[in-house]
Design a protein around this ligand. Structure first.
Ligand SMILES: Nc1ncnc2c1ncn2[C@@H]1O[C@H](COP(=O)(O)OP(=O)(O)O)[C@@H](O)[C@H]1O
Ligand SMILES: [Mg+2]
Length: 361
């Protein structure tokens, strides 16, 4: 069997007793891709990764790696390696021995092991550190050793389960860029699990957003952020304003929506809707602009209820109806307070049609 996919899940379900951890997932991961599974705690990310790695067996469905069905193959017979959150280095072994471990198991000749370990340590920016013990390294360095150990026998696919989760924020951000660059250099397919949406957006070629064992959207970072497919994705990724309304009229390319039975807006008709249908309009806070007069193609009058000074940004909470309060994020390019709106001011919230998500679920 030939296929271009590094990993293929076909209708995969995993149950633990009554718990459906993975619920009928089908997806394909391309060769050389940085692919992320993103979702809240308990949504089935780790289980999906463990199924690919062979640490769990599916209740039903099939998993192929490099075009070959894996069936019930154990982990060591699959062309994958795994990096866990807690490094899992052998504490009594040196860094060299930790990285060399996989090759020694395969009875690779000693001089070749030495050469390849040194290459790997250089690749993860730890040259010459081979004789140290894990406890003589920082958290970030230990995680690099774990990476070197997982990459050294050139797996087809590297599985990573929240590998940066134990690091502090600054180091995590640095390691995100490093890891992405490393992945591009070695060209190995990465399947990366994280609950951190910013991490997924920064690093991934594509992201599968999961909830309750299902994939709710599978797309590139920009599509996920700019065109969320449903309320869950819009809400989980970044911050979003939701406006609830009903479709009152449809034209060829526009849908007229009456928000809270009061405020009419005309948005792009980006999905199948019918007159009378209840819909949600989602707009990100930074897509709004607030002005004294109407200036944008979509416009809603409102009253300022709160002004929050963040430094880089000003955040306004603007009431448009009894039920709906909108968050607006404006860059603080002006500076002084005199130029800003104040609590109680009447203003207009405007935005572009292209920055609107029309959601039906
Ligand atoms: N070995 C197991 N036995 C029973 N339930 C499990 C087991 N592993 C995971 N689960 C359950 O499956 C669901 C998904 O878990 P998991 O894949 O670890 O989620 P995530 O990694 O997204 O936090 C959770 O409800 C979890 O409690
Ligand atoms: Mg997990």
């Amino acid at each position: 069997m030939t296929t271009e996919f590094a990993v293929e899940l076909c209708e995969v379900t995993k149950k633990f007793g009554q718990v459906v951890a993975v619920d009928n997932i089908s997806l394909e991961i391309h060769d050389g891709e940085f692919f992320s599974l993103l979702g809240p705690s308990g949504c089935g990310k780790t289980t999906t990764l463990r199924l690919i790695g062979g640490f769990e067996m599916p209740t039903s469905g099939e998993i192929s790696i490099g075009g070959e069905q894996q069936g019930y193959k154990p982990p060591f017979q699959r062309p994958v390696n795994t990096v866990f959150q807690n490094y899992a280095l052998f504490p009594h072994m040196t860094i060299f021995q930790n990285v060399a471990f996989g090759l020694q198991m395969q009875k690779v000749p000693k001089d070749e092991i030495e050469r390849r370990v040194e290459e790997m340590l250089a690749l993860v920016q730890l040259p010459g550190m081979g004789s140290r013990k894990p406890n003589q390294l920082s958290g970030g360095q230990q995680q690099r050793v774990a990476l070197a150990r997982a990459l050294i026998n050139q797996p087809k696919v590297l599985l990573l389960d929240e590998p940066l989760g134990a690091l502090d924020l600054k180091l995590r951000k640095a390691m995100q860029l490093e890891l992405k660059e490393l992945q591009q250099r070695v060209g190995i397919t990465f399947v990366y699990v994280t609950h951190d949406q910013e991490e997924a957006l920064t690093m991934s070629d594509r992201i599968a957003v999961m909830n309750e064992g299902r994939v709710l959207q599978l797309d590139g970072p920009e599509e996920i952020y700019e065109q969320p497919a449903n309320r869950f994705v819009a809400d989980f990724i970044g911050e979003t304003n939701f406006m609830m309304g009903k479709i009152t009229e449809l034209s060829e390319d526009r849908a007229h929506v009456l928000i809270d039975d009061q405020v009419p807006v005309r948005v792009l008709r980006t999905r199948d809707v019918r007159v009378g249908q209840e819909v949600t309009i989602a707009v990100r806070p930074e897509k709004f602009s607030v002005t004294k007069d109407k200036v944008r193609e979509i416009d809603i009058p409102g009253v300022v209820e709160e002004v929050i000074y963040i430094g880089t940004d000003i955040r306004y909470l603007v009431r448009i109806t009894d039920q709906t309060l909108l968050a607006v994020r404006e860059q603080n390019s002006g500076g002084m307070a005199a130029e800003r709106f104040r609590v109680g001011d009447d203003l207009h919230i405007g935005w572009y049609a292209r920055n609107t998500s029309l959601l039906t679920e």
